[in-house]
Design a protein around this ligand. Structure first.
Ligand SMILES: Nc1ncnc2c1ncn2[C@@H]1O[C@H](COP(=O)(O)OP(=O)(O)O)[C@@H](O)[C@H]1O
Ligand SMILES: [Mg+2]
Length: 377
């Protein structure tokens, strides 16, 4: 899949900007705070209907304007053309349409246009708190499995209800002790589905990841990832008994705190290099290498599962790539598909070291204060 063209109106610092892309490599440069990341954000929105930054729709509307529109023309691997349009009017709801048909649910865009982003912020996946890793795994899995996304939405709904009842119990409102049970039962059922889906995914994905990590670091280090769950499983698959068991030991505490303490919303993803927890012991270099491997593995996995080549966004990542065997990474980027790469320094993107020799079709864009200039090579 590749993006052919994009039009942004009143989006972030762009008043009205249009660009037509190479299906191969797109290099975007410009000084800081000129709109490079905003530009990549618009591309991501075209593909997934949401931002890779934790951004509210309001924040994406250009200052002093009342709406934003992003209009993108995509071509799938089988040459079929698609057009995604996103529109948001201040204080209203975001609207997404594909080929002029308005989506009844935003989540319907998931799984259609795979995209992977590597950006400095993504370091939170390996170095931030558990919620960052859950976010990573949830967005990732939602792209490959509609049932995962549906279960996740259902789980969050039930979780809210269960927490509400627990809060009422905590606050001493007259409620029978059994009022929590229907919620617990539903939570356990859907929660087990999520735990099983995550475990199955990690089992497959960790192999891809490990192989890629080895290849690009040229080391013998073993990178392993696994889920650290608040629910202890007795067998390979989660069954409801496991979940009830976990609740038994925390239910009294839950009633005091007014919140649900076990379940996939409390689980974590752990990265270990040669048995050492990356988050506690990893060097900066190791974090960088893991992030690059993680993103290339994500790309390969999405491509395989969705049978569609994802778009790759590399935002200010040059120093990350530098850390690995650079030629190898760039060679592999060539097989990736359409790439958008930003840098504040033009010199980094000038191909003096021949790092882009493999790419046949390179387009260059210069961004200044929300204006995009397509440079002739
Ligand atoms: N809603 C908005 N309206 C106007 N300008 C915005 C909006 N959101 C962000 N910006 C501006 O965009 C610029 C940052 O753009 P960004 O793409 O992050 O820069 P960079 O080129 O460094 O990646 C800042 O100057 C910021 O003020
Ligand atoms: Mg930026």
């Amino acid at each position: 899949m590749h993006l052919e063209k994009i039009l942004m109106v009143s989006f972030r610092n762009f008043s009205a900007a249009e660009a037509t892309f190479s299906s191969d490599l797109n290099l975007i440069y410009g000084l800081n705070a000129q709109g490079k990341t905003n530009f990549l954000e618009a591309i991501y929105l075209i593909c997934l209907g949401r931002s890779f930054r934790v951004a509210k729709n309001q924040e994406m509307v250009k200052k002093d304007e009342s709406f934003f529109t992003i209009d993108g023309n995509l071509t799938l691997d089988n040459k079929i053309k698609k057009r995604t349009v996103l529109r948001y009017i201040r204080d209203g709801k975001k609207e997404i349409s594909i080929d002029r048909k308005k989506l009844t649910k935003h989540s319907k865009i998931f799984g259609q246009f795979p995209i992977v982003v590597m950006a400095p912020d993504e370091f939170k996946i390996t170095s931030g708190g558990p919620s960052e890793r859950r976010r990573f795994i949830d967005i990732f899995l939602s792209q490959v499995s509609l049932s995962y996304l549906t279960n996740l939405q259902e789980y969050n709904r039930i979780l809210k209800q269960r927490n509400r009842v627990l809060q009422q119990i905590r606050d001493g409102q007259a409620l029978s002790e059994t009022s929590i049970e229907p919620w617990t039962q539903r939570l356990v059922e859907v929660g087990c589905e999520i735990i099983n889906a995550r475990n199955m995914f990690i089992l497959e994905f960790s192999e891809t990841l490990q192989a890629i990590y080895k290849k690009y670091t040229e080391s013998r280090d073993i990178l392993k990832i696994f889920i650290e769950s608040t629910v202890t499983l007795r067998h390979e698959n989660c069954d409801t008994e496991d979940f009830y068991g976990a609740f038994q030991s925390v239910i009294n505490k839950e009633k005091v705190l007014g919140t649900t303490l076990v379940g996939p919303h409390r689980d974590d993803l752990v990265f270990k290099i040669n048995g050492m927890d990356l988050r506690k012991y990893g060097s900066r270099g190791e974090h960088k290498s893991v992030l690059v491997a993680l993103k290339i593995a994500e790309f390969r996995y999405l491509k395989l599962k969705q049978d569609e080549t994802p778009i790759m966004l590399l935002d200010d990542c040059y120093s990350e790539l530098d850390n690995l065997r650079e030629e190898k990474v760039f060679k592999s980027l060539k097989d990736l598909g359409q790439i958008f790469m930003t840098s504040p320094r033009e010199s980094i993107l000038d191909n003096q070291r021949g790092q882009f020799d493999n790419f046949s079709n390179i387009s260059r864009f210069y961004i200044e204060n929300g204006n995009i200039e397509h440079k002739k090579n």
